[in-house]
Design a protein around this ligand. Structure first.
Ligand SMILES: NC(=O)c1ccc[n+]([C@@H]2O[C@H](COP(=O)([O-])OP(=O)(O)OC[C@H]3O[C@@H](n4cnc5c(N)ncnc54)[C@H](O)[C@@H]3O)[C@@H](O)[C@H]2O)c1
Length: 368
């Protein structure tokens, strides 16, 4: 029985397959700066780095608070700062950087395109430049497969000529170009284009397609298939994406300097994801219906290949959607409707709320 009161078959041992991350790092005790380490990916990545013997410094404005860092807070150094104004001492003693900080989806980027540009594009270039000047060679950057959106339908690889659509993808592309230019000056910049991520993190996001379906299946007992849900999307588990970052951090510099790698488990159709999630939730004895509804005006539909990462670095994301959903359903309290719908788990809702509250906070101070 789980805390959710349902008997569930455990994952068979053979389903925990290696993704190719070597069991040991090449060197222990090095210090890594993880920007955005308080976010969804960061809160899974940081404990994995600590387990591997790294010292970790996290730089983050902590949009989602310090709570998600609780299980490792006493084992890291925390610099509460904005990527648009990195204090120079944040780079003291750093051997490598994994750069996750910034606005992390389309709605938040469109909400304030100028702030997005300063964080995701300008901030990334400036941090890369600062690392080069400080002799910090390794710089792993969290880019996005959404750069392939807008290209003709079909499979794309890292050499595709891009036509980024929207503020988020445009800023990620600019950041990539800035880092590639720095790579030609000697920075070992490694660009990981991550698929849409799924799975459990202590800083949960329910605004990512698989996680959204899990939340909707639990709260609404209904999953909507916009336009039938035929659109394709590359996806990857949050543990795999974290391990890919560690592989990029540890690989021989000559193999990765100025290289771009797509990071995905598979390309899935949204319809297929809904069926996988509905089936997993139904196995818990709960009702879930699927419903086809008209397509929205804007749909994202793209596929890309994960071959380069496997061939060049021997790394292949191994955790499937059904495995991750099974794990997620065992970790969250599926009866806690308040937590499942907490705005903290939806980036755009939380940022809108913060902005609405900001001017009022001064006045509230005066009456307490
Ligand atoms: N989650 C995905 O599906 C996905 C897919 C592709 C790429 N990425 C990229 O991976 C990175 C991490 O994504 P995530 O899902 O963990 O997002 P997230 O929103 O959960 O985390 C981002 C973190 O960055 C911090 N941050 C935001 N702006 C900042 C600023 N100006 N200065 C300092 N810190 C700031 C936030 O407080 C947060 O802790 C992002 O760059 C995102 O674009 C994510």
């Amino acid at each position: 029985m789980t805390k959710n009161g349902h008997s569930r078959s455990p994952l068979p041992k053979r389903s925990v397959r290696s993704n190719g991350l070597p069991p040991e790092p090449p060197e222990r005790g090095r210090t890594v700066l993880v920007t955005g380490g308080g976010g969804y990916i960061g809160c899974v990545l940081v404990p994995r780095l600590l387990e591997r013997g790294y010292r970790v410094r996290v730089l983050d404005v902590l949009y989602w608070g310090e709570g998600p860092l609780a299980s490792f807070r006493d084992r890291i150094e925390l610099v509460e700062a904005d990527i648009r104004a990195v204090p120079p001492e944040a780079l003291d003693g750093i051997d490598g950087v994994i750069h996750l900080a910034g606005l992390s989806n389309d709605p938040t980027a469109e909400y304030d395109p100028e702030a997005n540009w300063q964080m995701n594009a300008v901030g990334t270039g400036a941090l890369g430049r600062a690392c080069l000047e400080r002799g910090i060679e390794r710089f792993v950057f969290a880019s996005s497969c959404s750069l392939y959106d807008g290209l003709p339908l079909g499979m794309h690889d890292e050499s595709a000529e891009l036509r980024p659509v929207g503020a988020y993808a445009t800023s990620k592309r600019y950041a990539e170009e800035a880092l590639l230019a720095l790579a030609s000056e000697g920075l070992t910049a490694v660009l990981l284009r991550n698929g849409t991520v799924y799975g459990y993190s202590p800083r949960m996001r329910y605004d990512l397609v698989v996680n959204t379906f899990v939340k909707d299946a639990l709260l609404q007992e209904r999953l909507l298939l916009h336009g039938g849900g035929w659109m394709w999307r590359p996806l990857v588990d949050v543990c795999d994406v974290s391990d890919a970052m560690i592989v990029a951090l540890e690989a021989d510099a000559d193999l990765v300097r100025g290289e771009i790698f797509n990071v995905l488990h598979s390309n899935y159709q949204i319809r297929e994801l809904a069926m996988l999630v509905a089936g997993s939730v139904q196995l818990m004895g709960r009702r879930v219906e699927l419903e086809e509804v008209p397509a929205p005006e804007l749909t994202r539909d793209y596929e890309c290949s994960n071959a380069k990462l496997a061939v060049h670095l021997g790394f292949s994301p191994s955790r499937s959607v059904v495995e991750a959903v099974h794990d997620l359903l065992g970790r969250v309290d599926i009866t806690d409707r308040t937590s499942l719908s907490d705005p903290r788990h939806y980036n755009i809702r939380w940022l809108e709320l913060l902005n609405e509250l900001r001017p009022r906070l001064g006045r509230l101070d005066a009456v307490t």
